[in-house]
Design a protein around this ligand. Structure first.
Ligand SMILES: [Zn+2]
Length: 380
């Protein structure tokens, strides 16, 4: 019987078949179902004891060794279910000189790659790391992809500082792709060097990522990346990213991290109320200077509101009509104060008060609009 996993790459020579519900799988693809069914039973690899899990590891390591020796054979572990902690350091000492594919794999324990070197392309696309993903001190000399990967536990890609100094030619990402990856917890990239294309397009960060002492180049993308957390303690992480984006001239991303830092600061309990209010207004009015549509929209809303107010306070015999009053304040703010008598004749005090507020708000929104336009076209 063939393995139920589509296009199973292990079926030849891997005779043992494991039943799972009504299906049969090979040793590598046998699923792991920790949820109990109606009879209170777990299924597949979730039922294994420590001995069985350790035997599985030995089988995979033996497979590594044999593939490393075989000419032309790449590491293809697509769809493999790892039931317990797994270490990739069992690669031969000189590192992997073959393409390695771990696409759609599930790591139900910690994955560790301590000091592993990958000279060729590696794929962790659509992988689910159910516990921690510990890529500390790993080197990816070619491309590595984590497209669509889910990191349920912490993810650590950091380099130990001393190690980084000792082996200057190692410990880096060449091309790295985290498109649509989902970091549910914290991600560390301390002392990482991103030497080529770095992609965080539509990546989700459950907590502020830590890029302390990381080195970026200009080829980095954060379009559509989501940073879901804005605790007060996280402000320094966003400030650091803001600074690093400034260094490489990525002003658009700098604005993203500036906005996130402001979101964090608003949670500081001792911040003066006026500053909280100012930050809040800045965010509402123009998304911290990043949106020119927002001030435009508020501009229209306020013109509507002030039209209503002028109309409400206008005496019936006034010679200037409501539209004239409104337009006058848009183009000549504060002009009301110096109007000829014929216009101001018998006008109530309220009109002056409304006029002053109208002018201030119009001025502020037009300024925010122009600043946002300027920022959009990077004329800073
Ligand atoms: Zn299979």
């Amino acid at each position: 019987m063939d393995c139920a996993y589509k296009d199973c790459q292990f079926t030849s020579g891997n005779i043992s078949k494991y039943s799972y519900g009504s299906k049969h799988y090979c040793l590598f693809h046998l699923p792991y179902e920790a949820k109990e069914d109606e009879k209170g039973n777990k299924q597949g690899k979730a039922t294994w004891d420590d001995g069985e899990k350790s035997d599985f590891k030995e089988t995979v390591y033996a497979d590594f060794q044999s593939k490393q020796k075989l000419h032309g054979e790449n590491f293809n572990y697509t769809g493999t279910i790892f039931p317990s902690n797994f270490m990739l350091i069992h690669l031969p000492a000189e590192g992997s000189k073959k393409n390695a594919v771990f696409k759609d794999c599930h790591f139900h324990g910690d994955l560790e790659t301590d000091h592993a070197i990958f000279y060729e392309d590696v794929s962790f696309e659509s992988v689910t790391f159910h516990k921690r993903a510990l890529f500390r001190n790993a080197t990816f000399s070619s491309g590595v992809s984590f497209k669509g990967a889910t990191f349920i536990g912490d993810a650590d890609f950091s380099i130990d500082h001393l190690f980084s100094k000792k082996y200057d030619y190692r410990c880096f990402f060449n091309d790295v792709d985290f498109t649509r990856a989902d970091f549910k917890q914290k991600a560390w990239f301390n002392y990482c060097r991103f030497v080529n294309e770095t992609c965080f397009i539509e990546t989700t960060f459950g907590k502020a990522p830590d890029f302390a002492n990381a080195v970026f180049n200009e080829d980095i993308r954060f379009e559509g990346a989501k940073f879901n957390s804005a605790e007060f303690e996280e402000a320094p992480y966003y400030r650091l990213l803001e600074k690093k984006m400034d260094e490489i001239g990525a002003l658009k991303y700098k604005a993203i991290f500036f906005a996130k830092e402001q979101d964090c600061m608003i949670h500081f309990k001792k911040m003066p109320l006026t500053q909280i209010l100012a930050t809040f207004i800045y965010r509402i009015a123009s998304d911290y200077g990043r949106s020119f549509l927002q001030p435009l929209l508020w501009f229209l809303v306020f013109q509507g509101l002030f039209y209503y107010l002028y109309d409400f306070f206008r005496p019936p015999l006034a010679k200037a009509d409501t539209v004239t009053m409104l337009v006058m304040h848009i183009f000549r703010p504060f002009s009301f104060l110096g109007l000829p008598e014929m216009y101001t004749f018998r006008w109530p005090m309220e009109i002056y008060v409304v006029g002053v507020f109208h002018s201030i708000i119009t001025y502020a929104l037009v300024t925010l609009f122009l600043l946002a336009i300027r920022r959009t076209f990077r004329m800073q």
